[in-house]
Design a protein around this ligand. Structure first.
Ligand code: BGC
Ligand code: NOJ
Length: 820
């Protein structure tokens, strides 16, 4: 069953009913100002950092679901003449939940449009963040479809957050006494803590002069009421309340008279603004907010045409980004994900890492080191300058040992001490993101950039040096089988082999009560091999042959270690525990086979010659494959295992305990492509593709336009049900798997490789790829059943599969690839 449909032409997902199984959300903003918005206008906004600069309040896990947002109410001020119609309602359905005659939500790229119709009044609200601004627009268009004139009141309402979302939710003894606002010319300014150390504030304005306002939540809602029936809306009476303490809100009322057939547009602007520290007050020495700096911005969006122009600019920006790669294949699900939605999700994960979604509260995790490095793999081609800046920020959170903080706060960029470091895979991911960036851009200069360790001035070393330390970090930490020590965890945050936690509430990740010298990770070994190959190639290109050779030797040693201790007979083992016993082995009762080492080891090229790669992948197909994707491991852990940690804390089939943890499904797709099995790679791709799964939305439950972190495994009661949509490494990796390995358009240091491994049913595909400033028009056609590529570039045959970099000044290259 579906709840909507894709509008491929407009790059929108159209939700046809408000009561989706879960709130289906979108993101507004793609620079500094962000908002989450659901299909019924729920959500919140923040500036740069969902924890430290939260503009509006949102209560996670609330009942009813998804309460709190960017609300608009319509009130019929002559309700008595329409006794059968409700006196007021929400044109976005929530929060009043009064049934609408018509409803439609269009989630687009950086904007959401919600339409509703009731009692002959049609409305459309377009929410978006203009490029380059720290504000959001809600543009409301009303149309009176009645035969009579309608006298309406429009109310808009937000609840302000007192900036630090964690403190806001917990420190009530203080916070209920600090709220402050100003209202000037009917613009509401939220300025809590502005009197002391903050120099920023929020504002909420309307294109019309508001006829009334409220800034005190209880005055607007009335005691013991929720957002579904504010007293002010019910009575038509705003109190013009000024909040001092308690809960500041922004609520504006506008009265409108609409003749029959008449249409009217009004807009609301919610924004964030900073004043220079020495110009905070006006007049200086007073406590009155200096509004002179912000008024031009507010006034700009009151001018005719300004909003429309900003909206068109946003649309154009996105179509420009999407143009970086467009494909036309025989499968519409591939096309719409690659051309639109997967790209869009990659931007969201780049921007937000794992900080703020409807499953990530914005106060927990900031920018994850391993997460963001992986997100970059799918992002580098979109906005390379931003990728570059992110890489340097990530590297600056590396420690002198080569280790890395597991995460940092986006606002401060400082490593998070609560989580700290010690996830032994972390540093290696930096090598992968840097290599991807250089392959995409040819910007070798990034490797010379001086970057500090732990953000400490004076410790700068070249980025190249940082990468060397990442490699060294792994080599210096090897265990009894010469495999890398796992530390707190590797990619699988929940495989906590040095933790042995028996106290409720203890952190599985940061509690460490073993010496850490025994538990080893085959996964890190595989990842190391990938990183070492990239490092060796980069070193070679830079003329650092000694480094290159050292890397190759280290890789050989690691390969031997995996060959000896990492192979279980029919698949790669996962790890060794603190007792030196294998995990992910036929010797185990549960957790006999894990997906991660099969994917990563074959991606690294292990077992390609001796048949182990095929054997490992066949074992995956045999033991881990389900109709809903590939399981993380089997059999699931049925009970809590002290020596394994969080992985065994979940009920079987959920999360890291044997769900379809989507993130590493694409590793197997890539591995299948590496061994030349296009049918399998493509089959696996389709199993978790959200657009393919749209048909089963009632089971899948999450948004059909973005990947979710997990799909419940076959041990779970609702096998196939997804959770944790949006912020997952699945986005970048699926993008890499389909575009670079199945379609085979893969940047290399020397040019764009065209090496598709297609399903046998495909006759070919076409693509346009912008690469290093040149447009590649690519036509792939199947001539025979194999994967051998015959390349023709601008009409001339070319040996190999890499299109040589065109001469300077060339703008366009025409590539034909014949497969057989
Ligand atoms: C989650 C993981 C996450 C870890 C660290 C676990 O509860 O299942 O996905 O990486 O916490 O925050
Ligand atoms: C989600 C985390 O964000 C990611 O870093 C981790 O690799 C996976 N969970 C698996 O545990």
């Amino acid at each position: 069953m579906r709840y909507g449909h894709f509008d491929d032409e407009r790059h929108e997902y159209v939700i046809e009913r408000p009561d989706t199984p879960l709130p289906w959300i979108n993101y507004l903003g793609c620079e500094d100002y962000f908002g989450l918005i659901s299909n019924t206008a729920g959500g919140y906004s923040f500036y740069k950092d969902a924890r430290l600069r939260r503009l509006t309040r949102y209560r996670y896990n609330n009942v009813p679901a998804d309460t709190g947002g960017r609300y608009i109410y319509l009130r019929d001020d002559e309700a008595a003449s329409h006794p059968t119609d409700p006196p007021f309602w929400s044109p976005t359905w929530q929060p009043t939940r009064i049934p609408l005659d018509e409803y439609e939500c269009r989630h687009g790229l950086g904007y959401t449009i919600i339409r509703g119709k009731l009692a002959g009044i049609a409305s459309e609200i377009c929410y978006f963040v203009p490029l380059g601004e720290s504000l959001e627009i809600w543009q409301l268009t009303l149309h009176n479809d009645r035969r009579q004139t309608a006298n309406l009141s429009v109310y808009s309402a937000v609840e302000f957050c007192l900036w630090d979302a964690w403190d806001d939710a917990t420190n009530l003894q203080r916070n209920l006494s600090i709220g402050e606002v100003e209202v000037d010319e009917r613009i509401i300014y939220h300025k809590t803590e502005y009197r002391e150390r903050r120099n920023h504030f929020a504002y909420f304005a309307c294109s019309e002069t508001a006829t009334g306002f409220d800034t005190q939540r209880e005055a607007f809602l009335g005691p013991y009421r929720g957002w579904e029936a504010p007293k002010a809306v019910e009575s038509g009476q705003m109190s013009n309340s000024i909040s001092v303490g308690w809960q500041p809100v922004g609520a504006l009322q506008v009265k409108l008279r609409l003749g029959p057939g008449e249409r009217k547009t009004i807009s609301f602007v919610l924004g964030y603004h900073e004043n220079p520290p020495n110009e905070k007050f006006d007049p200086p020495g007073s406590q009155t907010l200096n509004k002179r700096t912000v008024r031009p911005i507010i006034d700009r969006y009151r001018r005719d045409g300004e909003i429309e122009a900003a909206f068109q600019k946003l649309r154009a920006y996105w179509s420009g980004l999407l143009d970086t790669l467009q494909v036309r294949t025989p499968d519409p699900h591939v096309d719409r994900m690659v051309n639109v939605w997967n790209t869009y999700q990659v931007m969201a994960t780049f921007n937000l890492s794992r900080s703020a979604s409807y499953f990530e509260s914005g106060i927990g995790r900031g920018i994850g080191f391993r997460d963001s490095n992986q997100d970059l793999l799918g992002f580098v081609h979109l906005v390379p300058e931003r990728a570059r800046a992110r890489i340097l920020d990530l590297a600056a959170s590396q420690l002198p040992s080569g280790a890395a903080y597991h995460q940092y706060q986006p606002l401060t960029k400082r490593g998070n001490h609560d989580v700290g470091s010690g996830f032994n895979d972390d540093p290696l991911w930096l090598v992968l993101s840097v290599a991807a960036y250089v392959k995409e851009t040819g910007d070798w200069g990034i490797l010379d950039e001086p970057v500090a360790y732990d953000n400490t001035p004076g410790t700068e070393e070249s980025l190249y040096g940082h990468l060397q330390r990442a490699i060294r970090f792994t080599l210096d930490r090897r265990g009894p089988h010469r495999l890398p020590l796992i530390g707190r965890a590797d990619w699988n945050d929940c495989l906590n082999l040095n933790c042995f936690s028996d106290m409720p509430g203890q952190s599985f990740q940061t509690t460490t009560n073993k010496d850490g010298l025994t538990a080893e990770s085959v996964f890190i070994a595989g990842l190391f091999l990938i990183a070492a190959a990239e490092m060796a190639e980069m070193a070679r290109k830079l003329g650092r042959d000694g480094d290159a050779q050292a890397c190759v030797r280290a890789a050989e040693e690691m390969e031997t270690a995996v060959g000896e201790a990492g192979w279980d007979g029919a698949w790669f083992r996962r790890a060794y525990d603190d007792f030196g016993r294998p995990i992910g082995s036929k010797e185990c009762d549960e957790g006999q086979i894990f997906i991660e080492p099969q994917g990563v080891c074959v991606m690294a090229g292990l077992g390609l010659k001796d048949g182990r790669a095929l054997q490992a992948l066949d074992s995956v197909a045999e033991r881990l494959l389900t109709p809903h994707g590939i399981l993380l491991h089997q059999p699931a852990y049925q009970s809590y295992q002290l020596h394994l940690g969080e992985i065994s804390s979940y009920p079987p089939g959920f999360k890291e305990n044997a769900s379809v943890f989507c993130h590493n499904n694409p590793w197997v797709m890539i591995a299948e492509a590496r061994v030349g099995r296009g049918d399998r790679a493509y089959d696996y791709y389709r199993r978790i593709n959200p657009s393919v799964r749209e048909e089963i939305s009632d089971l899948h439950r999450c948004e059909p336009y973005v990947y979710a972190q997990m799909i419940a495994g076959r041990d779970a009661p609702a096998h196939g049900e997804a959770k944790n949509s949006w912020l997952t490494g699945t986005a970048a990796w699926c993008y890499v798997a389909i575009t670079q390995w199945i379609l085979g358009l893969r940047p290399t240091f020397d040019g764009l490789r065209v090496e598709p491994v297609l399903p046998s049913t495909w006759s070919g595909f076409d693509a346009v790829r912008e690469f290093r400033g040149v447009r590649y028009d690519i036509h792939v056609e199947r001539r025979g059943p194999g994967n051998t590529v015959g390349l023709e570039v601008d009409g001339k045959p070319v040996a190999g599969t890499v299109v040589p970099l065109p001469e300077a000044g060339a703008r366009q290259v025409r590539v034909i690839a014949r497969l057989g």
